[in-house]
Design a protein around this ligand. Structure first.
Ligand code: SF4
Ligand code: SF4
Length: 412
């Protein structure tokens, strides 16, 4: 059986699809706007054995697999190959990941399998990023990805709604779209407190067709209002960080509970996110073949009572350890440590098998925002945390891990 071709929707070629992806034609392609409808058939992936469901991504009209392949720390192209063989037809990356190395790795597979996926990339912007910067970044991404176009391009990591007031974003996107280089405009946001504001601004602008945002059982209600607002405005929703820090990996009591309930914690977290029908796809950053298979299996199975029981236990166990990366304590730090970023990088290091990428990101931070002073501090930031996270010892450990010279165990 031939591989799926997400761009051959209703007989259009990919290039035609990209060019025709204005709101009206895209609307005509979508089975539903607002609710990401489940695909009944055919199965996607390498063959009839792949049952990974698909949903429609809002008014983009793109039908995407309910598991997306994320590439934050991707370095082995074989993993992407395997993910596509499992039926994953949505691949998302960013020009910013590993200084472009993630795009290059994906490009190795796209050179021969580009037509089998919906491909998205993006670039983080400030209020001062220029049209020229963005056009250059798009060309750079296409070159690395070994393709002449991406189906989705996004403003990456928007935690300040004012960034969307930068007209260069729209000018660059329109120019690139006219040249057939990009299909649909979206944005991603990583900060839970900022998501509502960012989504409201995106809706006001009327230009965005999809949203990528953090969503998990620990921080968000099942019927999260900003997603409803985005969907009502026709934006498709893709979510990430559904695993709420994955802190249970090496905790014996949690392992015992999983064994007793006969469930997988990773699968329970994915199932929780997908039970929200406004969510078109969950980004998985799995870096093992088994993990990719498990993620895909989760998308085919409903959330059970045992899954819920486990997630409730996870919340109780980790609520005062799990940093939500909200940044609300930053102002309370007399040394200007960027607590949310440091905690995010150490999570990648400890729980996401992304040691190298995390260390690179940490090294790129301005010295004064790093956690060098935390080991000798009484931690006034902790009183400012609305979640009661005991963050000072974690920051001290973060600095030690993220500056470790792995070869010599020398700290730099
Ligand atoms: S532990 Fe001290 S130095 Fe570190 S972030 Fe908190 S207040 Fe700042
Ligand atoms: S420690 Fe608390 S306030 Fe600070 S970033 Fe984490 S969750 Fe937010």
């Amino acid at each position: 059986m031939s591989s799926p071709n997400p761009e051959s929707v209703q007989g259009l070629t990919r290039r035609q699809f990209v060019r025709a992806a204005g709101a009206s034609s895209a609307l005509a392609l979508a089975q539903s706007v607002g609710e990401a409808a489940e695909a009944e058939n055919p199965p996607r992936g390498k063959g009839p054995e792949s049952k990974l469901p698909t949903r429609v991504l809002g008014k983009t009209g793109l039908r995407v697999s309910t598991i997306a392949y994320g590439s934050y720390n991707l370095s082995n192209p074989k993993l992407l190959d395997a993910a596509m063989n499992e039926g994953i037809t949505l691949v998302v990356t960013s020009n910013d990941y590993q200084n472009g190395a993630a795009e290059r790795t994906i490009g190795e597979i796209m050179a021969r399998r580009r037509k089998q996926v919906v491909l998205g990339t993006g670039k983080s912007c400030t209020r001062r990023t220029t049209t020229q910067d963005l056009l250059q970044s798009i060309d750079q991404s296409l070159k690395r990805l070994q393709t002449d176009h991406v189906d989705m391009w996004r403003v990456h990591h928007v935690n300040d709604a004012d960034v969307l007031g930068n007209e260069a974003i729209y000018e660059a996107f329109d120019k690139a779209k006219q040249a057939g280089k990009v299909g649909h405009l979206g944005l991603s946001t990583h900060s839970s407190p900022a998501t509502g504001k960012v989504v409201a601004e995106a809706i006001k602008r009327g230009r965005f067709e999809f949203l990528m945002a953090k969503y998990n059982f620990m921080e968000f209600p099942e019927d999260y209002v900003p997603f409803k607002n985005a969907a009502d405005a026709g934006m498709g929703v893709i979510v990430f960080k559904v695993d709420a820090g994955r802190r249970d990996k090496a905790v014996a009591e949690m392992q015992q509970l999983k064994d007793k309930l006969k469930i997988s914690g990773d699968q329970a977290r994915i199932k929780w996110a997908l039970q929200n029908k406004l969510v078109a796809s969950v980004v998985s950053g799995e870096r093992s073949f088994e993990g990719i298979r498990e993620a895909c299996q989760a998308a085919m199975t409903p959330l059970s009572r045992a899954d819920r029981q486990y997630l409730d236990a996870y919340v109780r166990r980790f609520q005062h350890e799990y940093c939500r990366y909200c940044g609300q304590c930053v102002a309370a730090c007399p040394h200007g440590v960027q607590v949310d970023d440091v905690m995010r990088f150490v999570m990648y290091f400890k729980h996401y098998q992304a040691e190298k990428a995390a260390m690179q990101e940490y090294a790129a931070m301005p010295q004064e925002k790093r956690a060098a002073t935390c080991a000798h501090c009484s931690g006034p930031c902790m009183a400012a945390c609305p979640n009661g996270v005991r963050v000072q010892p974690q920051l001290a450990e973060a600095h030690r891990l993220l500056t470790m010279d792995v070869g010599t165990d020398r700290h730099v």
